[in-house]
Each structure stands twice: as C-alpha cells, then as structure tokens.
Design a protein around this ligand. Sequence first.
Ligand code: TRP
Length: 337
Amino acid sequence: MEEKITEQKKRMLSGIQPSGDLHLGNYLGAIKNWADRALEYECYYFMADMHTITVRQDPAELRHRSIQQLAQYIACGLDPEKNTLFLQSHVPAHAQLSWVLNCYTMYGELSRMTQFKDKSAQHKDNINAGLFTYPVLMAADILLYQPDYVPVGEDQKQHVELTRDIAQRFNSIYGDVFKIPEPMIPKTGARVYGLTSPGDKMSKSQPDGCVFIMDEPDVVAKKFKRAVTDSDTEHCVRFAPKEKPGVANLMSIYSVVTGKSYDEIEAEFEGKGYGVFKPAVAEAVIDALNPIREEAKRLIADKAYLESVYEQGAQRASYIANKTLRKVYKKVGFYQI
Ligand code: TRP
C-alpha cells in the first residue's frame, strides 16, 4: 500500500482503556493491522484513563498500566512518528467539552445505553454518575478531533451512534461545528480463541488459555502444551472449526504468524500428531512475540523516550482539540478571554 499525502488523508481516532497487558488475541486480531492504517489515515490513539476510573482502580496500577500499554502498542508497530499517541487525561479539553455536551445529552438517551445497564448490574455498589455519563465523555473524545472514522468493536457502536446524535443536535442549533463521524468496525485479523476454552474469545479472565505478549518463551510453550485440541480419535491436523474448534484455533494462529494457508498446514502435519503440531505452533508464536516483548521491555526502561512520546502526542492532540473547544465555547455563549 502506498502512503497517501497528508492533505488527502481522512482522519481516524480511537480510545483504548488501559485495562491490562495485551494478549495474542489483541495483537493478531487487531493491533497487528494498525501499523498499516497510518498509510491511509491520519491516526489518533489515546489511553482512555479517564474512562477507566468509572470503575474503581488501584491508582499505582492504573498509572503503571497506562505507560506500560503505551510501550506495548509502540512495540506492536504503532509508530509514534506516524500516529498521534497520547493519554486522555493529558488533554484537558476532553473534560471541558464533556461538560458542555452533558448539557446536550438527554437522561433518557443515557439510560438506554446497554453498556451502562450491564455495568451498573455488575457494579451494584458503585453506580456512579461517571458510569452514567461515560458515553458523553466518549462523545467529547471523538468530536474534539473532527474525525471521519472511529474504529470500535461491536460493543462500542451504540456509543458512536449516540455521539452522532449529540453532534447533530448541537449542529442543528449552532451550525456546522462538529463533523459527524462514522463508526468503523475494523476488518478483524484472526479471531483468536482461548487455548483452554476454544469456544470463547481469548481473554485475560482465563489466564491459562491466554498468551500475553509479555510472556516469556517458556511460559508461552507451557500454555500451548496445555491447549485443548479435540476429543475425537482422529488426532490429525485438519481445519474443521465446528468439530475441532481447538485445532482450528491453533491452525488459525499458526496461519497468521507464519503466513501459511490451511492446506499448507494440513500437508505439513500430515501423519503427525498433536505432539508435533502444538510445539510447532508454540515455536512460531514465540518467534513472532520475541522481538515485540524485547522492544516493549526496552521502551518501558526508557522513561525519557516514553515521556517524549506522550508529551509530543498531547501537544499535537491539544492543538486540534483546543480549536474545536474554542469554537464550542464561543457558540454556547461563554465570554472569550
Ligand atoms: N469506550 C471505549 C472502550 O471501552 C474506549 C473509548 C473511550 C473510545 N473513548 C473513545 C473508543 C473514543 C473510541 C473513541 O473500548
């Protein structure tokens, strides 16, 4: 893919909650493809630390995770020279616009958000106002940057639709202030399932079947050794997701990291059992993760570099965000300094 000239590029923005270490599902399913996006789009990514505190967090851990995750994303190929990477709390305009938009969002709209209903059921002892107005902060995150596209998972689509409604409402009163963004459900890379529960997506809530990108090779090898294959007696490497979901998952992982097709993989392991196949998958994954883990470790140790990344990111982001905020403040009637 050839790089487009900046002027023609459409803008894209997404937030990521710093909620824990990245795993193979995050990497192969999404992040691996993000490096190429910068060729076609002007990309903004931020760690949504302000959203994270709608659920109680350990402060030291949140602080650590935000930076750790920034380093991990860079190690996965998100180049800070080609993408704007920053922390949400470093750009005050998010909180500022969020307040204004609160006054253009209806109680009824927020009550209908499925994530709010789910989360307030999960955290009955802490149904705070932030949990309720979470989508308004998200609308501010987005609208500040006037993006064309917002790549989000299916679960966040409703929030982007609400963002559009809020923007349209605001525009219909004050004229064209906000660009109306489109949600973009990204082409997923591989769908990676848990190694011990191939019916579920790989998730850190099932750590035994979850390969983290920071796992050392011996840990990765052990996790693959314990991977569920199948209970039939066939014991052959054949791509049949319905009958043999565990084997299909391993084949799909092997396919993405090696670039081999399913036919090629079947041929490669013909007549060989899982005792040969599983270590081969483990080895391919270890080879793919080695440079990422080492780079992430190097970055985490380089505090000065990371500081320069998030400072520069916040500066670039603030420039655009403040332009939108000034316009909004003027429109709603705040006396200009
Ligand atoms: N709510 C999103 C999530 O949990 C994270 C997020 C916050 C976001 N602000 C955003 C995503 C703005 C896209 C755009 O995944």
